[in-house]
Design a protein around this ligand. Structure first.
Ligand SMILES: Nc1ncnc2c1ncn2[C@@H]1O[C@H](COP(=O)(O)OP(=O)(O)OP(=O)(O)O)[C@@H](O)[C@H]1O
Length: 521
């Protein structure tokens, strides 16, 4: 199947999301669609999937001009899309969600009464390949973000799409799962399917793309064969002049030698569905960035939620500056001292129908008066917009109208505002282009220099090794190792992630003086 997008233009109010874009998608080809946040990648693909009509231009399917006015129409043509936001029913099992994805056969066919013809084996075929070991009767609410992402992909693969559009499919996948996905993409292309991969990750490009298309500010700036690409050339094509950012200031790291820990996590245990965390003991110094590594689904989400008071504790306590913030047996509570950037902020951290200003004000809504003065709120929203380069830069815009990356920047900006003692950041740079990720790291370090303790959950081991002071590995709900990045390599951490390495014996109570953690510059 061949697709030609010809002179496609799409505007949202004053924003030109796509400006006269032409692109051929050939059979058996993997195209990586690159561009900074808000460049217009998702909009272009959403038009191909029938979610938006183009304002101008046409789409040709196998040489014939075709109006794709709904996702149903797109799917009937063999075009499938996996979005950044998931479309799953959490209370149903993996298998139920897969079955729900099959379109209902029309009323005049016998298939309506005798099932859609797919055998259980067929329904589970791709699931077994992409997520071996994931039981089909597991409830979706108990899946990690990475597993949910794979499930979304399996739903589309099951529908036998000839052209697959994947929006940031590896942003939440740990390295092993990303590799498995690259392998699958390669196989799909060999079998004649086409894949458009919207991504910010150069590893994705190098691992499986045949051709790279770079967009910037709604325009297509370059198309390259993969062999012609280098990481530097792609970054400068994506970012234009704004690729010149000052290096991340890691030199002036807070010195926590001799100081008591700011955050003490004692014997923390909690449970949610089938997920649990057991006996977590960690101290985080003032100014320290403690990375949490682990394969997704090993308790990261629960750890973050229980630290910020969204989940009751079964055992244990969280102490900030010697004062108990949460403990078992007490109703969980949130605190202004604690900032939280949850995974999937579009679902977990914003009200998408409300304006950017209202969403920023939500972080301190308890302190707002009955008739709030919106001027200072708008002022601080403008400050976040300017600092993190959120686009479009309109505080009155509904948050749901921001691109995924720009929404992420807004949430990080909101959470890092003002005085914070503990910052819990789950995948804060997920879905961000290199420039925006750089700005977020810069902001986290600035907060650490002010004395905040940062617990940073990430699946990007390279980033953790580059920026965290220490890395704790979460495996099966327990800490399986704590590492100083200068004194270990990726393999040590990998072993702890898979449970090959046992926790050191002095591990249960990490009450060592903090100087033993100090980074050796
Ligand atoms: N439904 C919408 N209403 C208003 N503006 C929109 C809408 N969807 C997208 N936009 C705007 O169009 C521009 C392009 O957004 P798009 O989501 O296509 O970017 P993107 O390149 O996919 O970004 P990201 O990498 O952050 O996901 C952005 O400025 C965005 O705010």
């Amino acid at each position: 199947m061949e697709i030609q997008l010809y002179n496609i233009t799409k505007k949202f109010g004053g924003v030109t999301a796509n400006d006269c874009i032409s692109l051929n998608i050939r059979q058996g080809e993997v195209i990586a669609l690159l561009g900074e946040n808000g460049a217009g990648k998702s909009t272009l693909m959403k038009m191909l999937f029938g979610l938006y009509p183009p304002d101008d231009g046409s789409i040709l399917v196998n040489g014939r001009e075709t109006i794709i006015d709904s996702p149903q129409k797109a799917m009937s043509l063999g075009i499938g899309m996996v979005f950044q936001q998931f479309n799953l029913v959490p209370a149903l099992s993996v298998l139920d969600n897969l079955l729900l994805a099959y379109p209902k056969p029309p009323f005049w066919t016998f298939r309506r009464w005798f099932g859609n013809g797919a055998s259980l084996r067929q329904v589970l075929l791709y699931l077994e390949e992409l997520a071996p070991g994931l039981a089909p009767n597991t409830l979706v609410r108990d899946l990690s973000v990475g597993q949910r992402q794979l499930l979304e992909l399996v739903k589309v693969l099951n529908l036998d799409a000839k052209v697959l559009i994947l929006d940031e499919p590896t942003s939440v996948l740990p390295p092993q799962e990303a590799e498995r996905l690259w392998g699958m993409i390669g196989k799909l292309a060999e079998a004649g399917r086409s894949v458009v991969l919207i991504t910010h990750k150069m590893q994705d490009v190098m691992a499986c793309a045949h051709r790279v298309v770079v967009m910037r500010a709604g325009q297509m700036v370059k198309t390259l064969e993969r062999e012609e690409c280098t990481e530097t050339s792609l970054v400068s094509l994506m970012m234009g002049d704004s690729s010149d950012r000052s290096p991340i200031d890691t030199d002036t790291l807070a010195d926590f030698a001799g100081k008591p820990p700011r955050i003490s996590i004692r014997n923390l245990s909690a449970r949610q569905g089938t997920q649990s965390i057991e006996d977590i003991n960690l101290d985080i110094g003032p100014g320290e960035i403690l990375g949490i590594a682990g394969i997704s689904g090993n308790g990261q989400h629960l750890l973050a939620d229980s630290l910020v008071g969204l989940t009751p504790l079964i055992r244990g306590e969280v102490i900030i500056d010697g004062i108990s913030l949460h403990s078992a047996g007490r109703a969980p509570q949130t605190s202004d001292q604690v900032a939280y950037v949850p995974e999937q902020p579009a679902v977990n951290a914003v009200a998408s129908d409300l304006s950017l200003t209202t969403n920023v004000a939500l972080s301190h809504f308890r302190n707002l008066s009955f008739f709030p003065d919106w001027r200072p709120e708008e002022e601080s929203t403008r400050d976040i917009i300017w600092r993190y380069q959120v686009r479009p830069d309109n505080p009155a815009l509904q948050a749901g109208r921001l691109s995924g990356g720009n929404l992420q920047k807004l949430v990080v900006g909101r959470e890092l505002q003002g005085q914070r003692d503990l910052i819990v950041a789950a995948y804060p740079t997920m879905g961000l282009d290199a420039g925006a990720a750089h700005d977020i790291y810069q902001a986290l370090f600035a907060k650490a220099r002010e004395g905040a303790s940062v617990l940073w959950i990430s699946e990007d081991l390279d980033d953790l090794m580059s920026y965290a002071h220490r890395i704790a590995v979460l495996q099966n709900g327990r800490i399986s190792g704590i590492f100083h990045p200068q004194q270990c390599d990726r393999l040590d951490i990998g072993r702890a992630m898979t449970g090959e390495q046992q926790a050191p014996s002095d591990f249960r109570h990490e009450n060592k003086p903090l100087e033993s953690y100090a980074r050796t510059a």
